[in-house]
Design a protein around this ligand. Sequence first.
Ligand SMILES: Nc1ncnc2c1ncn2[C@@H]1O[C@H](COP(=O)(O)OP(=O)(O)OP(=O)(O)O)[C@@H](O)[C@H]1O
Ligand SMILES: [Mg+2]
Length: 314
Amino acid sequence: MSLFWRIFSLNAAGLVVAAAMLLGPVTVSTPVLPAEALVVVVGLALLLAGNAVVLRLGLAPLRRLGRAMADADLLRPGAREVVAGPAEAAELISTYNSMLDRLQSERAAGAARALSAQERERHRIAAELHDEVGQTLTAVLLQLKRVADRAPEGLREEVGQAQEATRAGLDEIRRIARRLRPGVLEELGLVSALRSLATEFTAHGLTVRHQVAAELPPLTEEAELVLYRVAQEGLTNTARHSGADRAGIELTGLPHGVELVVRDNGKGIGGSPEGAGLRGMRERALLVGAELLVRPGPERGTEIRLRVPAGGGR
Ligand SMILES: Nc1ncnc2c1ncn2[C@@H]1O[C@H](COP(=O)(O)OP(=O)(O)OP(=O)(O)O)[C@@H](O)[C@H]1O
Ligand SMILES: [Mg+2]
């Protein structure tokens, strides 16, 4: 029954009963007698109580909807509100639910476009770093070598230092380019890419263990990229924020997908607000219909768990 009819029929019933009583047995004299006043007050109290109950029950679904709207976060898809209550409320809830579905799929499409533009841009920058800056530095290195061969004794050491600095710059550029574009992902596949990620982050007091299942269900290219980028951001955060000395990445097969766990034994995220890194992880997870959990580790530190369904992604 609609909220309108609930309220209207209760009020109408109360008023009809009151009118019938006044026309029938109940009389109100002037001045009012105590017994008459009692009847009127009790009647009024019953009418008000009935109204309050009907309004409270009828408006409860709207209050629930209000809370759901306040808590809604498009990056954390949760269960939808149950469609229940009077007709108006039920209609509002189901409209809200379908609006949320639409917003979520539009957001996912927008994020997909943005992320693929970002990946393309990274490819371009990586290629330019490698091909342009890398080539120039290589040429400089060769030139320095020729200079070193002909340089007088007194200058050799300085030229040697310049060669060293150039070589270090070249290595740095190669490393940046590699990080920008997970070339290993394209060349060797996800498993080797994750192993090399673990090796890359094993340095400066941080040991990263990796455990990757040999048999994994087939994954789309997009899902592999999501797994790789989430592992990369997880380990970057570990290295940057956690102060951990041990971290691990695990990739295991599930009956209908795979699960990636990135864990460290550092100080934990605590109440730190999410930055672009964690939001990026959530957006990527949404793209392939994956579930992302960021929570404290079993003992201490931080644990990131990503469950990607097989065949996820468009
Ligand atoms: N493994 C971790 N251990 C401890 N704190 C963490 C860890 N990962 C994230 N944090 C905390 O959570 C915050 C948000 O992380 P997030 O990756 O979203 O942003 P960021 O790393 O600060 O910046 P960005 O990733 O955009 O460069 C961090 O600033 C940090 O305080
Ligand atoms: Mg980060």
